[in-house]
Design a protein around this ligand. Structure first.
Ligand code: VGL
Ligand code: ZN
Length: 199
């Protein structure tokens, strides 16, 4: 069985000091680097938004960060501007062993739609291409870690399980944003989808 490590969005904007900082987001970096040794393939995802992206509160008159709006593809949380293509905030955390990566998946690069999941944009149907990469490499088992537990890790893990991959999320190597109980909801949703959560 071939095994991939999927590292979700370990980028400066999600670490302390960043535009959408996740508490302790930087603490998971050494543990993730260690996990890379056990993987047949290492995939990094990178949140990669154009300026003025529709997931930014600043793109909507009168709306503030963390409010929820209706988009054509469903509800969308509005965020502070973050992970702008080519910016320092979009760069990977300097401590992450990016040289070990076989594949980097960029997501959220279309102005009109967000993409939390490494597999599908937020319409749940536009593919990123990661499924094809993993299948053509014969990968069946995935370990996931990164940021943020309740958004991009959650959506990626649930999609992967639905696609038939065997998925383990290393909760000790993830950190959450936790808006209004979103962490508890994410844990329940992942468990229901058959994701194994390791603490
Ligand atoms: C993420 C909010 C907005 C994440 C990305 O990586 O979890 N969260 N964009
Ligand atoms: Zn984003």
């Amino acid at each position: 069985m071939t095994h991939a490590l999927i590292v979700i969005d370990v980028q400066n904007d999600f670490c302390p000091g960043g535009a959408l900082a996740v508490p302790e987001g930087d603490l998971i970096v050494p543990g993730i680097n260690k996990l890379m040794a056990d993987a047949d393939a290492v995939v990094l995802t990178q949140d990669w938004h154009p300026k003025g992206h529709s997931s930014f509160a600043s793109s909507h008159n009168g709306q503030g960060p963390y409010e929820v709006i209706d988009m054509p593809y469903g509800p969308q949380v509005l965020w502070p501007d973050h992970c702008i293509q080519g910016s320092g905030g979009a760069a990977f955390h300097a401590g992450l062993d990016v040289n070990r990566a076989n594949m980097i998946v960029r997501k959220g690069y279309r102005a009109g739609i967000d993409s939390y999941s490494a597999f599908f944009e937020n319409d749940h149907e536009t593919p990123t291409g990661l499924e094809g990469y993993l299948r053509t490499r014969g990968i069946t088992r995935l370990t996931m870690a990164g940021l943020a537990t309740d958004f991009c890790v959650n959506f990626s893990a649930v999609d992967a399980a639905k696609l038939g991959f065997e998925v383990n999320v290393r909760m000790d190597l993830c950190r959450a944003i936790d808006l209004d109980g979103s962490l508890a909801a994410a844990q329940a949703g992942m468990a229901k989808a058959g994701v194994v959560l390791t603490v």
